[in-house]
Design a protein around this ligand. Structure first.
Ligand code: NAD
Length: 756
């Protein structure tokens, strides 16, 4: 079976080792080869067991990973028309897994590398799982993060191994990828041994456990913690859906709820075949639906594009950085210094006063103390990391840096002055990067003598948690500098997107449309609790008024004024929908700039935690004077008695937020600022919290799926129901945008580029 996925070897003790090694790919996946070869090989093994030739089976892999999981390239293409065929394929492979775990001899998974998704599901259909302690090994069922559920027996077996509560909360709805030790603690695997001991350990276990069987095949087996009808579990069960909703913050993501249903319904079925059939049904629903497609596109393909250097000029040699000069040791500089030092780079952290530079380094000291107390690092590693950061007030310390990033105050004149000083100190081949969040790179580059080697390297706060870096190419930036900035980003283990220069670049520009749309709603008199509920239900990780408080209204005023000036200069009409009025009132009349000052749209307690929306929004600013017809529960108690009339429907509020960002992204694309959909999608999800279920701002447009709550205009019938009104894809998006434009203003008019 040389072209087979499984290599077959029987040793002198009758132990069969099946080594998975897909000849057509660098990793093993559940592709056609697997679906063909798996049943055949298990059947052959069964014959060997029956003849007495085979006494035990080891399942392992010849790749650096054990098994990568489902074949995403195939799954993303699945449509509802494929449902029957998909169901059959899954039924067949589940029958094979069942045949493997009931084959009559012990079966051990020798997990030599990552076993994720389908990979772990195969291992779960063995009697014992031993993982190698190889660095970086990952074990888990991350399907939920792609909008899916573990449909290869994963839901059913993990529930039967760990009990409903742990299976759901620790493994299935989190999608967590465990290291080997944590996987063992959680109960997903049984042993961890060194890589060279793996096969020996497997063999020993087989010889010591000739009667091995799955727990659920042993008489008297009960699911740990009981079934949904067990009184103790039945008492907590009603809280599960609410917990799941809380976990996803009300976002319209079907996968977590489907996992919950598959787990609970499956746990009520005694027969494992019936339980896995329930799981299949929910899986097929998800994989043929639009949300899973969006998430597979973003979190698999687009992420791979960005992290794999998709936008990196191809023929530039790779650069390795040794020393970063970080100029400005404030909030951003201090944090950038930390991530660079953590990746092994030397860092000079320069500020004006020694005190400020030292304070910048203190940021790293605190993070390391925390990491030490949590056992996430060692004394030795931590000491070495901190030694790599040198606080300084002296430009001459930058003399041997191969890259400099400037993060001083957001002011062009100051930045020009600082850059003149930096240039005088650094080597002539040092990459010049600015962390400006809004100032055009080309304008800043006018202040340096080497504009070709000048580039924007825009981080997001908090830098140690936010994975994204937006790389901004100025008009003159050359390919070598772009490639170098991407190499630097990779070295510090961040995900880059690449954009061309423009005011606010991509992320800062688009996020302001979301925030402004929410403030327009406030100006219209919509209740702020409803605005926040709409933000959550749209799937934003932070609702808009909360986010605006975090970003601060003073900054909003500054950006708003700059944008307005730029629009006027370009002869564009300026319609701010009352947003300036809201900002002026909040700042000038009520002195409520945001979270930093402890007062904004929200109240804050002494520890700086949110303590409810500010009552003045109703009492002083007239919020709640219009009702939102389909948001009864969210408004209860807050609506003004003097409500003046009916406002927009909740679904309109939700889609106004999403459309405002998607439409602005389209303009950014039309202007040539964004060059790839992958950059747009990843930048929007990872940088500015565009809802993950949409797959990002571009994917949202391309795979638009009109929600049922968005009632069609009178007399129209959807294409899907035999009419001619588009409700999906770009055409569906355009139709809905035109409706929003008619109701709420020209800003929703879809650009010509979408109508082509
Ligand atoms: P900050 O006010 O916390 O820090 C600025 C630091 O620069 C201060 O420590 C200041 O002493 C120092 N500085 C000023 N002049 C200097 C000089 N001549 N030499 C050396 N140091 C000098 O500001 P921040 O929030 O860290 O922002 C810095 C830059 O990063 C700005 O351009 C900002 O737009 C950008 N940025 C900020 C964020 C954010 O969320 N705060 C996000 C992305 C980008």
């Amino acid at each position: 079976m040389s072209d087979n996925m499984f290599k077959w070897e029987i040793d002198g003790d009758g132990i069969l080792t099946l080594t998975m090694d897909d000849p057509s790919q660098p990793v093993n996946t559940m592709n056609q080869t697997f679906f063909q070869d798996f049943p055949a090989i298990v059947e052959k093994a069964k014959a060997g067991v029956e003849s007495g030739e085979i006494k035990g089976i080891i399942l392992t892999s010849a790749k650096s990973t054990f098994f990568a999981g489902g074949d995403i390239k195939n799954m993303i293409k699945a449509t509802p028309a494929d449902a029957a065929q998909l169901t059959k394929q899954l039924d067949d492979s589940k029958a094979t897994m069942r045949a493997l775990e009931t084959i009559g001899v012990p079966v051990v998974a020798a997990i030599n590398g990552a076993a994720l998704g389908g990979g772990l599901e195969i291992a779960l259909a063995t009697h014992h799982r031993i993982a190698s302690d190889a660095k970086g090994i990952k074990i888990g069922l991350p399907e939920v993060t792609l909008g899916l559920l573990p449909g290869g027996g994963g839901v059913t077996r993990v529930v039967r191994m760990l009990g409903l509560q742990d299976a759901l909360m620790k493994v299935l709805t989190t999608g967590r990828q465990f290291g080997a030790e944590d996987a063992q603690k959680t109960g997903l695997i049984d042993e961890v041994v060194s890589a060279d001991q793996l096969l020996d350990a497997a063999k020993k276990w087989i010889q010591a456990n000739p009667e091995a069987a799955q727990p659920w095949d042993v008489k008297g087996y009960k699911i740990p913690g009981g079934t949904p009808t067990t009184p103790a579990l039945a008492a907590v069960l009603p809280s599960f859906p609410a917990n799941v909703t809380k976990q996803i913050k009300g976002a319209p993501m079907p996968a977590p709820q489907s996992i919950l249903k598959a787990a609970v319904e499956g746990a009520q079925l005694k027969n494992i075949e019936e339980a896995t059939a329930v799981e299949t049904r929910y899986f097929v629903d998800l994989v043929t639906g639009s949300t899973a497609k969006n998430m597979m596109q973003a979190f698999f393909f687009d992420l791979q594009y960005c992290n794999g250097g998709g936008s990196r000029p191809k023929d530039v040699e790779k650069k390795q950085f040794k020393k970063l000069g970080m100029v400005g040791a404030g909030m951003m500089g201090a944090a950038i210094a930390y991530v660079a030092a953590k990746s092994g780079m030397e860092v000079v952290l320069k500020d004006i006063k020694q005190e400020a530079a030292d304070k910048g380094k203190d940021y790293s000291v605190k993070l390391e103390e925390k990491a030490l107390s949590r056992g996430k690092t060692t004394e030795e590693k931590s000491k070495a990391l901190l030694e790599r950061i040198k606080p300084s007030v002296d430009y001459s310390d930058l003399s041997d840096c191969d890259i400099v990033i400037e993060a001083v105050f957001e002011n062009t004149e100051l930045k020009h002055k600082v850059w003149a000083e930096i240039e005088a100190a650094v080597p002539s081949d040092c990459v010049l990067g600015s962390n400006t969040s809004t100032l055009p790179i080309t304008e800043l580059a006018a202040g340096v003598s080497r504009p070709k080697e000048f580039i924007g390297i825009h981080f997001f706060s908090p830098v140690d948690k936010m994975p994204l870096v937006e790389i901004i190419r100025g008009d003159e930036t050359n390919d070598e500098t772009l490639a170098a900035a991407l190499d630097f980003t990779k070295q510090i283990r961040k995900t880059p997107i690449v954009v061309n220069d423009s005011r606010g670049f991509y992320t800062s520009r688009v996020i302001s449309f979301f925030l402004n749309e929410a403030m327009r709603m406030l100006a219209e008199g919509v209740d702020p609790t409803v605005i926040e509920a709409a933000g959550r239900q749209a799937g934003y990780p932070a609702p808009p008024l909360q986010l605006q408080d975090e970003l601060n209204l003073k900054l909003a005023r500054k950006i708003g004024a700059e944008t307005k000036a730029a629009q006027e200069a370009a002869g564009e009409s300026v319609d701010d929908g009352g947003v300036t009025g809201i900002v002026d009132k909040m700042l000038d009349e009520y002195d409520r700039p945001g979270k930093l000052e402890g007062k904004g749209f929200y109240e804050y307690n002494e520890e700086g935690r949110r303590a409810g929306l500010w009552r003045g929004l109703w009492d002083e600013m007239g919020a709640g004077k219009v009702t939102v017809p389909d948001a009864e529960t969210a408004t209860s108690g807050n609506r003004l008695e003097t409500a003046e009339g009916e406002g927009p429907a909740l679904i309109d509020l939700i889609e106004r937020m999403l459309f405002s960002e998607a439409l602005e992204t389209q303009k950014v694309v039309d202007e040539g600022v964004l060059m790839s959909d992958a950059d747009a999608n990843i930048g929007s999800i990872m940088g500015i919290g565009f809802p993950a279920w949409t797959g990002g701002t571009r994917q949202y447009i391309k795979n638009y799926d009109r929600p049922a709550a968005a009632v069609l205009p009178e007399g129209k019938t959807a294409e899907a129901d035999g009419g001619d009104y588009p409700t999906t894809g770009v055409a569906g998006f355009v139709a809905r945008a035109e409706e929003l434009a008619a109701k709420y203003g020209e800003r929703f008019t879809p650009p010509a580029s979408l109508k082509g």
